[in-house]
Design a protein around this ligand. Sequence first.
Ligand code: GTP
Ligand code: MG
Length: 181
Amino acid sequence: MVMRKSVRILLVGDRNVGKTSLILSLVSEEFNEDVPPKAEEITIPADVTPEQVPTHIVDFSAVEQSEDQLVDEIQRAHVVCVVYSVDDEDSLDHVTTHWLPLVRSSAQGSSLPVILVGNKVDLVDYSTIDMVMSIMEDYPEIESCVECSARTLKNISEMFYYAQKAVLHPTGPLYVLESQD
Ligand code: GTP
Ligand code: MG
C-alpha cells in the first residue's frame, strides 16, 4: 500500500451545492453566509487531523476555473468529494450524468477514491440514501457517503475524516482484486 505523507482532498459538484461553505465551515467551525466563489487552498497541519497527516483541501469553482484546470486538479487529488445538495434533485442527477464519469475518466485508470457528499440536510426532512446506495453499486470507487450541513456543521468533520481515511486506509483496491478472478 502507498504510504502518503500528505492527503489532497478536492471538492467538486454543481454550482451552489455548498462546496465553498463546507470548506469554510470546517475551518472556522461556524457557518458564514458570505463566501467567495472559491476558497483558498487550505492546509490542515498533521497534529490536528485524526490521522496525523497534513491535509490539503482544494475547492473548485466553475466561475473561476476552466474544464482543463478541473481535470488537472482531479489528477492531482488523492480523493475527490463529489458534492450534491439534498434539496436539489438536478445536482444529484448530475452526480451520475456528469461528475462521477468525469472523475473516473480524468483519473485514467489510477484508483482515485470518491466520497459522495449530500449537503444542506438542514433544509429537508428526508434522506437521499436509497438513491446513493444504488449509485454506489455502479461506482465501486465510492468509498463512503455522508449527508451533512455546512449550516449546522452536522457531519462536517466526519466528511473530511472519511476522505482522509479513503486515502490512508482504502478498501477500494481490495474490491478490485476480488472482482478480477
Ligand atoms: P459555486 O462556488 O458557485 O460552485 O457554489 P458552491 O458549491 O461553492 O456553494 P456555496 O458554498 O457558495 O453555497 C451556495 C449557497 O448555499 C450559499 O447561499 C450558501 O449560504 C448556501 N449553503 C451552503 N451550505 C448550506 C447548508 O448546509 N445549508 C443551507 N441551508 N444553505 C447552505
Ligand atoms: Mg464555491
